[in-house]
Design a protein around this ligand. Sequence first.
Ligand code: GTP
Ligand code: MG
Length: 195
Amino acid sequence: MKITNVEFVISAVRPDQYPVDDLPEFALAGRSNVGKSSLINKMIMRKGLARTSAQPGKTQQLNYYRVNERVYLVDFPGYGYAKVSKVQRAQFGTMIETFLGDRDPLRMVLLIVDIRHSPSKDDILMYDWLKHYEIPVCVVTTKADKVPKSQWPKQVKMIKTELGFHPEDRHVLFSSETGLGREELWAIIDEVIAE
Ligand code: GTP
Ligand code: MG
């Protein structure tokens, strides 16, 4: 997809700060440091718009990016980062639950996992939770550049099995380093918007 316009709209911590223009929203969930913000930057072709870091815990609010005035990508704080305080973790949890449980414009959650590793307990909980609330999911196995291509099918199969992946959900292989999967993910987003 050709990106003509991207705006960082708001870092929201409360529902009354979410945008009210009703554009379809695609939220990114995943472990801290898995590469959510990097994926957004790759999708929108802007290197540093979504703040990334080698240190986990960089993204701490729901960050809204409006793309081509037609869709929001919503960057979430990562889960599972040990150094975040208990109170802060509980606050993130509540914020994400409030959002996912009651957000009309939300069309799909992109569940970002690292292709090199088994999904964490939190990944599995998140996936089960999304299924429970009947939120469509696209599992994105990212950092594909970090393993040889010959291992991709085996890794993807392992991750799908461990998550209990449902056949109605989508999957994309991705790399924010090489841009692999970028067009495919935009095509999925377009399809879901058109539904
Ligand atoms: P939090 O905001 O802490 O939840 O992290 P995040 O999921 O937004 O991760 P972020 O995008 O900040 O990336 C974390 C680290 O992984 C950075 O050092 C990135 O450069 C690196 N990274 C992200 N995606 C890829 C990828 O596809 N390939 C490679 N090689 N590195 C990646
Ligand atoms: Mg981030």
